[in-house]
Ligand binder design. Sequence first.
Ligand code: ATP
Ligand code: MG
Length: 404
Amino acid sequence: MADRIQIRHATPLLPGERSATDPSRAVTLGVMGGGQLGRMFVHAAQALGYRTAVLDPDATSPAGLVSHAHVHTAYLDADGLARLADAVDAITTEFENVPAEALRRLAERRPVAPGGDAVAVCQDRAAEKAHFTASGVPCAPYALIETEAQLAAVPDALLPGILKTARLGYDGKGQVRVADRAALAAAWAELGRVPCVLEQRLALAAEVSVIVARGADGTVVHFPPQGNLHRDGILAVTTVPAPDVSPAQAAEATACAGRIAASLGYVGVLCVEFFVLADGALVANEMAPRPHNSGHYSIDACDASQFELQVRAMAGLPLVAPRLHSPCVMLNLLGDLWFDAVGRERTPDWAGVLALPGAHLHLYGKAEARRGRKMGHLTITAASAEAARATALQAAAQLGISAF
Ligand code: ATP
Ligand code: MG
């Protein structure tokens, strides 16, 4: 029964048409989660002419503030899920920690893309790594640690390593770098002895990510690989085209991401993060079942953004390969920029930054700036990669972001 209901639309959901399930309203697209990714999804859906609805427990969520409708309940609230399903014609998600069970329940009522089963794989690092391996994509050597016996049996070759909680980590949270067995045991205790993976710490020559969109008919399109710089476990700078990546590596990363999506039966936008090792080998790190911070540049530098492709995939519209029309650099704007050197609050110099050529400012409407909190991003587009980088360095200096 569930399988029959999950069959995708025979025809696309067209913007502005009457809803087939509720002719009293126009076609509406729903999103689980109200953060900045949901906000940019809502912007893209509305630009195409759709109505939108967001489910998020926070009354002032970035996406809820701009959506036609906002259901304020917990993700597993039965009434909230029913209200969201009533209000929409298809549903997507904007962050991977929406309980997969909520997506499965919604799928009994409406098409959900990506599906709960695919999201469940992305929510668990052990399942994710097993999926990479099954898709023929290498990942860092690792061991699963759920018991004292598994802790004791960890091979020496994995140290020094990084201990990561299997679930609910993001932006470097839930991770501890460990040099030896004593540090490993202490770190596992510190993390509450929850299921973890220990990964060998690799020497990274570079980091790249690839975003693909896959339709229900199996069509896959992709963005060019993005070069990513992380600071303190948080994405700081994305550069496209990715420097330090050969055409062969770019082709391999893209093919790997496409295989990972296809073998999940995935519908929607998927991001796969890769490490590039010193010998040029590519290793998959993790994946996100949604648009990704490293793809925000696509709004301003491509002829279709990752959010537009998310809309198209869930609505059954054609997926057309996006084209990068301008080299670019994206800077993440963390809450730290809202404080001066002695910790006083300030407003960053937006007027100065917007005086730079090719500067595209995106702020997410979050009321309170906190250190490490993603408040917005700035994309610099230019006619050449060199010019984009030079202007981005100027913007970084104006805002107080360290040079890269
Ligand atoms: P996010 O969800 O924000 O991408 P996360 O908290 O899920 O981050 P990871 O992507 O696993 O964390 O790791 C964050 C960063 O830490 C990586 O981008 C990389 O810079 C570094 N890192 C993670 N694992 C390894 C590893 N095995 N070897 C070397 N560096 C690593
Ligand atoms: Mg990551």
